[in-house]
Ligand binder design. Structure first.
Ligand SMILES: *Cc1c(COP(=O)(O)O)cnc(C)c1O
Length: 493
């Protein structure tokens, strides 16, 4: 049925013109070749020890002599995930160690020394990586980490009697979770403008950084894919006013292993372990958003803590000083994600800096290859960080929108990037290739993007673009309805 659908629908429609490669990847995965059809002879993604020739086969003469016909796939083809990160196989091996898999937070601490040791070791390594003073491991996602940081900030102000500090400065390009978190933590948002270069307008920031400011939430690199050069001056200004700097660390993939955020003057930062440090995730998890703190905020941070005394790991469940605001959730955090993160960090070692280097290089490669065809939002004549922001200026003379363009990408077999975000450029398309894409796959992607863009600006296919995707089983979704009324159980047709 699928075959005839593909033949009947596609042979008459525009998607065929998008194809640039031998394998007809159409409508995302619907025409994906089977794993037996992918790969190259000799490619291997697992390590199996050679069999001891002296050991007799269990079935004696019934030994197989012909090839068993396993798929020839490399490691990345097998384990790559929606994070598009490199997810080392060792991650999954570690997570399935029975003592870790079956450990339970209700077990007495002397029965779970290994699990506590793992979380403690990861906590220490994340502190080393960021140069910060303390860490809270329990937040269950990025947004939850933001909330943890902002509640800590709120607690600091409460304890210091700063009742007049009600506002938090947030740039207009911020991720939606930032203003939401700020509001949930009891603060009010004061929006800071971006300059025409896509960065925080420092003059505007200065004007708005008054005595009533409790802190700022700054994403760095920001959502336009740019490093905020004024970050140190911003931190100084906030500190002068008795306010704190929260850095949204969701974009650590661009900085990992290269910057001690402590030196930028940051007081709190969350990390999205599930984004930056592997762990396949989708829709609603699994996630983990530990928060690192400066010395100043440490005593207000939430409980519990794991500490090491001699050879023993202990947990602190209560804050006797009364400074901590409480807890973010039950127990110590997402142990499965913690295990994968530690395994990833140990597997990469000094390679963490190479990860951020390659992620930035790949984004700039896309920018360089595409900027003559697809208009760049920011930065105009400079390098970007790990994401490159395009906009819809090149579609100005057509009736084709960013949405139409993104849907056409589905017909060509590519998952569309984030669109219409950030809001600071018109019809945004934010592309993040990550470090794990090969030059071949980036070239393939660029070729297809250029093909689609050339068809789009030709003025001859507007109607067809409005009807994309044609090859996907689901076409134009009512996204609001899908988000508000999800069908969460399998329904047989
Ligand atoms: C993903 C992201 C978040 C939120 O993280 P979740 O784990 O999805 O809650 C916050 N800020 C930025 C910049 C992000 O990219």
């Amino acid at each position: 049925m699928l075959q005839s659908f593909i033949k009947n629908t596609l042979s008459k429609s525009i998607p065929l013109r998008f194809f640039t490669h031998a394998l007809p990847r159409v409508g995302l995965d619907i025409a994906e070749p089977l794993i037996f059809e992918q790969g190259l002879e000799g490619c291997i993604g697992v390590d199996i020890e050679d069999r001891d020739p002296n050991v007799k086969h269990r079935l004696g003469d019934l030994q197989r002599t012909s090839k068993i016909g396993l798929p020839n796939l490399n490691e990345v083809q097998i384990v790559s995930s929606c994070t598009m990160k490199y997810n080392p196989r060792i991650n999954e091996v570690i997570c399935r160690i029975p003592s870790l898999l079956n450990s339970h937070p209700f077990l007495p601490t002397d029965a779970v020394q290994g699990s506590l040791g793992l979380v403690h070791r990861l906590a220490e390594d994340l502190l080393k990586l960021t140069g910060m003073n303390s860490i809270c491991m329990s937040p269950a996602a990025g947004a939850h980490g933001e909330l943890c940081a902002m509640q800590t900030m709120a607690q600091a102000h409460t304890k210091q009697g700063n009742t007049h500090k009600k506002y938090v400065l947030i740039p207009d390009a911020a991720h939606g979770t930032n203003p939401a978190t700020c509001t949930m933590a009891g603060f009010k948002v004061r929006v800071v403008k971006s300059t025409k270069n896509g960065k925080i307008d420092f003059e505007d920031f200065k004007k708005k950084c008054k005595d009533d400011v409790a802190g700022a939430m700054i994403t760095n690199p920001n959502t336009c894919g740019l490093f905020e050069n004024d970050i140190c001056e911003i931190a100084d200004l906030l500190h002068e006013k008795g306010a704190y700097l929260f850095m949204d660390g969701a974009n650590m993939n661009a900085l990992m292993g290269r910057v001690f955020v402590s030196e930028l003057g940051v007081d709190a930062m969350h990390m999205n372990l599930h984004k930056t440090f592997s762990t396949p995730h989708g829709s609603s998890g699994p996630g983990s958003g530990p928060v690192v703190f400066s010395k100043k905020l440490t005593k207000y941070a939430p409980i519990p803590f794991i500490s090491k005394e001699g050879d023993e790991f202990k947990t602190t469940e209560e804050d006797k000083t009364g400074n901590s605001f409480g807890r973010m959730k039950a127990y110590y955090g997402q142990i499965g994600v913690h295990a994968r993160t530690l395994a990833y960090m140990l597997a990469m070692g000094n390679g963490l800096a190479a990860v951020s280097g390659d992620a930035v290089l790949n984004a700039n490669y896309l920018k360089h290859k595409l900027e003559k065809t697809i208009s760049v939002g920011y930065p105009k004549n400079k390098y970007c960080m790990h994401e490159v922001l395009f906009c819809d200026r090149f579609l100005k003379h057509t009736t084709i929108s960013t949405l139409d363009f993104a849907k056409a990408m589905i017909d060509a077999g590519f998952h569309p990037p984030t669109i219409y975000f950030p809001l600071v450029v018109h019809g945004a398309m934010l592309m993040e290739p990550t470090e794990s894409e090969s030059k071949e796959s980036l070239d393939d992607y660029c070729k297809t993007m250029i093909n689609i863009a050339t068809l789009a600006v030709s003025g001859k296919h507007d109607e067809e673009f409005h009807n994309t995707p044609m090859a996907a089983p689901i076409r134009r979704t009512d996204e609001t309805r899908a988000a508000k009324f999800p069908i969460l159980t399998y329904q047989e047709k």
